[in-house]
Design a protein around this ligand. Structure first.
Ligand code: TXA
Ligand code: MG
Length: 322
């Protein structure tokens, strides 16, 4: 049975109240959501995504009051970040109360929480009397979905409903933040809130810890995550491709200018005017689009390493690791 795609909040809420798993829109990417307090629903999320149980889920909440019922501490830095960036593309790691199951946090004493900013999902969360556990609504390891159709293409036969909120405004997953050191915010996954904005908002030092492969705290930390099916290389010129691929069919992801080395219709421009926000919004669509064409490989231009460019480069790097 194929998932129904629609905008009916009563229907979405009814499925969730029955312990089902549905897709919901957020400003970052679409999520695969279920009642965070219902272990069967949470188990279904892992199954549908084919996600290993050691990889914990973000809990999406309607407001700060709901979050405070899930955590035992809310440090000052978290308060400041919450007041500036929520609702929005930021996830905080905070000590969990026992009501949050180890299945949700994969055994960690910390729970990942966020208040998403999307009209439909915000309303939906307000109709429910539980928060929603939700990873990105893609099969484990693949590129995250930024439209309802992306979800339908890959998970449509496994879930009953996809709440259609249009294409995601930000297009990159949330920035994941922890508070392990006083005076410091630690970024575990680069995302929709830039490092510069975090520093401005807190005045704190920002440490980036996104590459700890041996002991990943966030699956976004695993290399070879967010990967399309085709081999992806990072570079400005086809000379940076392995020699045997330079004469092959090459699809390119470019920031805002075409490469003179390739036909224009083999190139996906992320932005028309060099906006990193627009590039972020289009990145996953570009990866999916080129993945769906009969190219032999994808050549992606690195973006300026500032603002959202840092998170975009991070996703490209992970997509390129094999
Ligand atoms: O923007 C987003 O964050 C999207 C939307 C749907 O909210 N969600 C998302 O979820 O990207 P997911 O599951 O694809 O990525 C969440 C990341 C994973 O890398 C996971 O390991 C990490 O958050 N995470 C979740 N709970 C955690 C915890 N308790 N401790 C450490 N990392 C955690
Ligand atoms: Mg994901």
């Amino acid at each position: 049975m194929a998932a129904q795609i629609g905008t009916n909040l009563e229907e979405a809420a009814a499925w969730l109240n029955r312990g089902e798993v549905i897709a919901i829109p957020t400003e970052t990417v679409y999520g695969l959501a279920g009642n965070a307090f219902d272990l069967e629903a949470v188990t279904k999320i892992y199954k549908v995504k084919n996600r290993p149980f050691f990889n914990p889920l973000i809990v999406h909440c309607a407001n700060l009051a709901q979050i405070k019922q899930l955590v035992t501490e809310f440090p000052d830095a978290a308060k400041r970040l919450a007041s500036v960036f929520w609702p929005g593309p930021m996830t905080l790691l905070l000590p969990k109360r026992p009501e949050i199951s180890d299945l949700v946090t994969a055994g960690s004493p910390l729970v990942a929480v966020r208040i998403p900013q999307h009209g439909l999902t915000h309303e939906l969360l307000g109709m429910l009397n539980f928060p929603l556990a939700a990873p990105s609504a893609n099969p484990f390891g693949y590129v995250s979905p930024t439209t309802a159709q992306h979800v339908a293409n890959q998970l449509g036969d496994q879930i009953p409903y996809i709440l259609d909120g249009g294409s995601c405004q930000i297009g990159l997953e949330s920035t994941i933040i922890g508070f392990d050191k006083p005076g410091t915010v630690t970024v575990y996954r680069l995302g929709g809130i830039s490092v510069e904005d975090l520093m401005r908002a807190t005045g704190y030092k920002v440490e980036i810890h996104t590459h700890e492969n041996l002991h990943p705290i966030a699956s976004g930390m695993l290399e070879n995550h967010y990967a399309p099916g085709k081999r992806l290389y990072i570079g400005n010129s086809i000379n940076q491709l392995p020699a045997e691929l330079r004469d092959s069919r090459i699809g390119a992801i470019r920031f805002h200018t075409h490469s003179p080395e390739l036909p224009k219709d083999h190139q996906f421009l992320l932005s028309f005017d060099g906006s990193l926000e627009q590039a972020a919004k289009n990145l996953f669509l570009a990866l999916r689009t080129l993945d769906g064409v009969d190219f032999d490989c994808i050549l992606a231009e690195p973006l300026p390493d500032e603002g959202l460019g840092k998170a975009i480069n991070d996703r490209l790097r992970r997509a390129s690791a094999k």
